[in-house]
Write a protein that binds this ligand. Structure first.
Ligand code: GLN
Length: 538
């Protein structure tokens, strides 16, 4: 089997420089040159996965087909590459320690003292090479979370150092992403933070091969030369990454700077001609030349933090480009939405999406939003908790099931139209125990969902504990609600929709996780189309 080549991406000076986007952009270019490329992320926190983290802590939790709850950067990897990721693509310190401690309990270390070096580093190294050894990839890009110099990143940095030594020069390189700040008072770009950050990396025994410099202003050739000399890299390996208006511009910017070329040279791999970005550039063209703007409300309780709904926002970007319109997402805080102000907040919107979520904060606002949208024929899409709220709203206001609710919010509701799944009843642990990952869904012919997908069997990703209560199925059907998608094995309801409404589709699963640049999600595409139609009719 051919040896996979490794590219490690570390970060310096500051967090939030966009290592994930740089890694995804480089991967895109390498993929477009014909290399089978994947990206993995190693996160230095002690949670075993981000599934138990509040979105305010770490943004959205992204879910893969195999049901892994992962870092949101994996979403970028999939959106850029259009290749699914899995549990193997995201490893945290917690997962590494858990596995080493379990091995210790099983006696696998044969009486040895278990230590960070070599036991933790060996575990990390093994996991870093897992995808590379599968034979599925030519190049594996590994993003190391955090910033060089952080205490918690040390075992990862040491593992990278050892792997560079094990694999040899042609097989592994390091890209260091840094910040070149602009000091307005001095009118100058400053290289010193980068020099120090590269030095910190050196103290751990790692020499950066390529520098990617985030900057608000153009780096002059003088600055580039200075960075090259003092950071000990080749001049062509100083890559400028100037702020871009969209993350989807970054691959082309990196191409112009020659990031992929330098990486291939260092790995001793042929360029194989120019990268084929035809489809990507076609998407960019549609993204940058919208023919109209639609305003879509996003009703949720984490709206202050953009990262909480990352995949939904990106799915709108893809669906907007597919319709060649700009989707302007208007954040609406569900906690402050009431019967009294719903009309004010929603009447000028072309469509509304009610977001996923957990717990009772803000749910009455979501229910009011659905009521207003349903009664006023505004295109609506509900996701997960959003679908559950649509069901509750229908139960209360149309079927007159007073105080209908989800047992997540009220255990004593007289009408538990949304309730715990049977197999969830005995579960006491919170981590990794929801209904997770890809599940089949059978679509019913003649429904909107069937039309949208154009097929009868789909597979979508889930992340929830509660379900539509099948006990109420007939009552809802008699009352006009259509169950257009069900799980073929359990008959659990996956999609609800309404007739005689321009667009009213709510899903128990998360379509946003599967939307990519190459494959915009059909539900989002058709929802945006309905909002364009609504705007035209107004
Ligand atoms: N809280 C709901 C449940 O657990 C919905 C979850 C979600 O929106 N992801 O079923």
């Amino acid at each position: 089997m051919k040896q996979a080549k490794y590219i490690f991406v570390t970060g310096g000076v500051s967090s939030s420089l966009g290592k994930g986007i740089i890694a995804a952009s480089l991967a895109k270019l390498l993929q477009a040159r014909g290399y089978r490329t994947t990206i993995q992320k190693f996160d230095p926190y002690i949670n075993v996965d981000p599934g138990t983290l509040n979105p305010y802590e770490h943004g959205e939790c992204y879910v893969t087909n195999d049901g892994a709850e992962t870092d949101l950067d994996l979403g970028h990897y999939e959106r850029f590459l259009n290749v699914p990721t899995s549990q193997a693509n995201n490893v945290t310190t917690g997962r590494v320690y858990l596995s080493v401690i379990e091995k210790e309990r099983r006696g696998e270390f044969l009486g040895k003292t278990v230590q960070v070096v070599p036991h933790i580093t060996n575990e990390i190294k093994e996991r870093m090479q897992l995808l590379g050894k599968s034979g599925d990839y030519d190049i594996v890009i590994t993003e190391i979370g955090g910033t060089v110099g952080d205490i918690e990143s040390l075992p990862y940095i040491e593992s990278v150092r050892q792997l560079l030594w094990d694999l040899g020069d042609d097989n592994a390189i390091v890209i260091h992403l840094t910040l070149v700040p602009y000091l307005a008072a001095a009118g100058e770009l400053k290289t010193k933070p980068t020099q120090h950050s590269v030095k910190t990396l050196m103290e751990s025994g790692i020499k950066a091969d390529i520098l990617v410099c985030r900057t608000e202003h153009e780096l002059s050739s003088d600055i580039k030369r200075k960075l090259a000399v003092f950071c000990n890299v080749k001049p062509e390996a100083v890559i400028q990454s100037k702020d871009a208006s969209s993350i989807y511009e970054v691959p082309n910017n990196m191409l112009a700077e020659g990031l992929d070329k330098v990486a291939l040279q260092k790995l001793n791999l042929p360029e194989k001609g120019l990268p084929d970005l035809t489809k990507w550039n076609d998407f960019l063209h549609r993204l940058k030349n919208p023919t109209a703007t639609v305003n879509i409300g996003l009703v949720g309780k984490y709206v202050e933090l953009q990262d909480s709904y990352k995949s939904i926002l990106e799915a709108f970007v893809h669906a907007g480009a597919a319709n060649q319109v700009k989707v302007n997402v208007v954040s609406i805080h569900s906690e402050y939405l009431t019967k009294e102000n719903a009309a004010d907040k929603l009447k000028n919107l072309d469509g509304v999406l009610v977001a996923p979520g957990f717990g009772s904060r803000g749910i009455e606002g979501k229910i009011e939003a659905v009521r207003y949208i349903r009664e006023n024929n505004i295109p609506f899409m509900g996701i997960c908790l959003g679908m559950q709220m649509a069901v509750i709203e229908y139960a209360r206001n149309v079927l007159k099931l007073e105080n209908a609710n989800s047992t997540e919010m009220n255990d004593n509701t007289p009408h538990p139209v949304i309730t715990f799944m049977e197999e969830q009843k005995t579960i006491t642990e919170k981590g990794g125990t929801m209904r997770l990952g890809g599940w089949d869904c059978q679509l019913i012919e003649g429904t909107k969902a069937y039309d949208i997908y154009g097929t009868s069997l789909i597979n979508e990703r889930h992340r929830h504990r509660y379900e539509f209560n099948s006990y109420y199925k007939e009552k809802f059907q008699e009352g006009g609600m259509i169950f257009s998608g069900v799980n073929p094995d359990t008959q659990l309801v996956e999609i609800v929709e309404l007739k005689d409404h321009p667009f009213f589709v709510a899903v128990q699963y998360h379509p946003e996780y599967k939307s990519t640049v190459a494959n915009p999600h059909p539900l989002f595409v058709n929802f945006v189309k309905a909002t364009v139609q609504k705007k035209l009719n107004n």
